[in-house]
Design a binder for this molecule. Sequence first.
Ligand code: FCB
Length: 524
Amino acid sequence: MMMKKLGFLLQLLVASLVKAEIVSGADEFTRYDFPPGFVFGAATSAYQVEGAANEDGRTPSIMDTWAHSDSVITGGANGDIACDQYHKYKEDVQLMAEMGLDAYRFSISWSRLIPNGRGSVNLKGLQYYNDLINELISHGIEPHVTIHHFDLPQALEDEYGGWISRKIVKDFMEYADICFRMFGDRVKYWTTFNEANIFTMAGYDLGFLPPNRCSSPFGYFNCTRGDSSLEPYLAAHNIILSHASAARLYQKKYQSIQKGYMGLNLLSFYFVPCTNRTEDVIATQRANDFFLGWFVEPLVRGDYPEVMKKNAGSRLPSFTALESQRVKGSYDFFAVNFYSASYVKDNPESLNIEPRDYKADMAMDWKSMQENASSKYTPLPSSEIPLTPWGLQGVLELFKQNYGNPPIFIHENGQRMQRNASLEDWPRIQYLQEHISVLLDTVRNGSNAKGYFTWSFLDVFELLDGFRTGYGLYYVDLDDPELRRYPKLSAEWYSRFLKGGSIAPDGIELEGNWSSLSSAKVMK
Ligand code: FCB
């Protein structure tokens, strides 16, 4: 007991030292302190926001299948209707414009655009995305589009196993080609995959996200199909090759005319050793290699990190010389989602198990610093939510120091709270404020960050909770047949910031008249 307590105190000490070291604390600031062209936006994804899941020719994706079968995580909810953005996009774009968003990050539903996964384009799907993009542009809002946000067409999963088959590379490339051809005259920011690392780990090792593949004893739930030792690596390999093929196609066929940019999105935990023991420090480096290096190093250097090759051995596919050449340099930017920093503890014993899964290959344990807070469905007072904005700085510094300081978009960052708790979401305001403040420090310190999107624009169908929690700036009343949207205080706060209002990093200082969004006064 005593030892446990001591360990915890030590963890706290290490965390506060790291924090003190990297956060310098900006003075009061406005968005104009960021470099010219720095973009502020908000994000959603197709299955989580669109609804109209069975309308106008759309067919199910692996997200639909998962949401309809897994009531443990979703609480029995699904995205059939979600926020109905499919029908309400005009209203939503109007809200975005009133709020002052520079950009909106959304994703295209592959099975809405190409219902069989390959072949004919669904004209109604095409019309929808054209309408949405045009609506955004006519309101001065830049579309940032993700091509795959966890939602492979179920048809391709059924036909050949989706991402674990090499056949997916060609189908993905053709789908991306259609996106570029149809929308690339107006869309300049393309991201091939959302959270490629989480998709492969949660979908193929732990099995709690689609396509729910894992093998015993590694999965979180009963594993009926899959292979946690092999498939995470296989799926990731095919995703990297798919990304590279789409990016090369774009570079060759479209980039000189359309003048856009290609990127890949990853979830970044900022890892901190839980003690200052050398083993934990090395384990932290290994954690970065396994989570980020897994995808970033092939794109930057043309190969996987050495430690992955060593620990996963022949289960990690290798790139041929030609593939390596194709993959290396196949990006204009990286995108990261950041929510919370995590502690890392060395766990060498996990390398003694046979067979091993991807997680055991990492030989470490990790724990999110927000885990206790975020595993509850009840809102916590803001003082009890451990905020780790310095982790965002850590991640950006890591890209700067290890990966050549590429252009980076923060694609997701936001605070999970109980849904419907209240429109007075002060903890979220504090969260956004502290992260944006630290982001400014990091940019001033030479990071090549180009933009920041908060997750999420609306309270969407959430991946880990269904409708029990939300990250939205807007609350969507699910009991109202009209699914009316209501701005939370965070929407007002963000709007004031977007319109030039000033932020004091150490406290919530946007005082004055908190009136309705459209008439909110801007503090100068
Ligand atoms: C990320 C997903 C996103 C959202 C947030 C909370 O992992 O990219 O769709 O659900 O988590």
